[in-house]
Design a binder for this molecule. Structure first.
Ligand SMILES: Nc1ncnc2c1ncn2[C@@H]1O[C@H](COP(=O)(O)OP(=O)(O)OP(=O)(O)O)[C@@H](O)[C@H]1O
Length: 261
């Protein structure tokens, strides 16, 4: 896989990870490298452990064995920087967007700043507006409440909040779910732009074949608790693994792939 590559090249390194609940083993000696600056898409069966993998990497779920390194620091190890360091290392966009409904857009974006830094209100206001503009929203949107936003706007605000502390890594859990195809395409384009302009590393769980083909540099397939295939989308389409074949060559994916041939 990536054995010969120098270590500094990786934003995330997972080795022999085992995670389970009671008798159930969800991740079974899973290994995965995410390169700095890439957008990695993770696909897998429903209930296959994609969210569990993401949550274990960010330290929300304990592991039974294995190691996880993020930006050269071991998660849960002696070098673990704890939640303060974590907030500056990654931003997370959960599936529902999960904005605080009683806070305005501006206050939502400023939340990580308040939690982690001591800044003047003036500076926080400037940062919030800059982040909103970065994700394609206008300064006028800052005083709105989450209930007044469309689905696409909600995701953008959540993204602005995830990027408030300028983290080098962004975790996205099904970012385009619930968006119409145009809004989803716009959101994909935004992720690609942010990757290019900020040099972000993006770890994206997605079922969206359009996202996989248009924005992901590489795609990893999770099956039977392991990464069974990883590489550019074109390589995954050639994979012989039965689950990967079924996923990409099933009826629903045929139409989209037509364009790739
Ligand atoms: N906190 C938990 N306690 C017990 N079991 C859990 C917990 N979190 C996840 N699981 C189990 O782990 C398995 C993997 O779940 P996970 O949510 O990671 O799947 P997924 O691949 O993200 O699925 P989907 O695509 O449907 O979101 C499931 O069987 C789930 O029931």
């Amino acid at each position: 896989m990536t054995m010969g590559e120098p270590q500094e090249q990786f934003a995330i390194r997972v080795r022999d990870l085992v995670v389970g609940f009671g008798r159930q083993t969800v991740l079974d000696h899973l290994s995965l490298d995410v390169r700095k600056g890439e957008i990695l898409g993770l696909v897998g069966a429903s209930g296959g452990g994609k969210s569990v993998l993401m949550r274990t990497i960010i330290g929300l779920i304990p592991r039974r064995s294995g190691t996880i390194e993020v930006m050269g620091h071991e998660i849960g190890g002696t070098q673990d920087r704890g939640t303060r360091g974590a907030a500056a290392t990654w931003g997370i966009l959960f599936q529902q967007g999960a904005l605080f409904s009683s806070l305005t857009v501006r206050q939502n974006v400023q939340f990580p700043l308040r939690e982690n830094l001591v800044l003047s209100q003036e500076l926080m206001d400037e940062i919030a507006i800059a982040k909103l503009e970065m994700v394609g929203l206008r300064a006028q949107d800052a005083d709105k409440y989450p209930a007044e936003l469309s689905g696409g706007m909600t995701k953008r605000v959540a993204l602005a909040r995830a990027l408030a502390l300028d983290p080098p890594i962004l975790f996205l859990d099904e970012p385009t779910s619930g968006l119409d195809p145009i809004a989803a395409g716009d959101f994909d384009a935004l992720i690609k732009t942010l990757q290019k302009t900020l040099g972000l590393t993006v770890f994206m769980v997605t079922h969206d074949l359009a996202s996989l083909t248009t924005v992901c540099d590489r795609v990893a397939a999770l099956a039977d608790g392991k990464i069974v295939a990883i590489g550019p989308m074109r390589d995954l389409l050639q994979s012989e693994h039965p689950w990967v074949r079924a996923y990409f060559h099933g009826k629903r994916s045929q139409m989209l792939q037509h364009e790739m041939r």
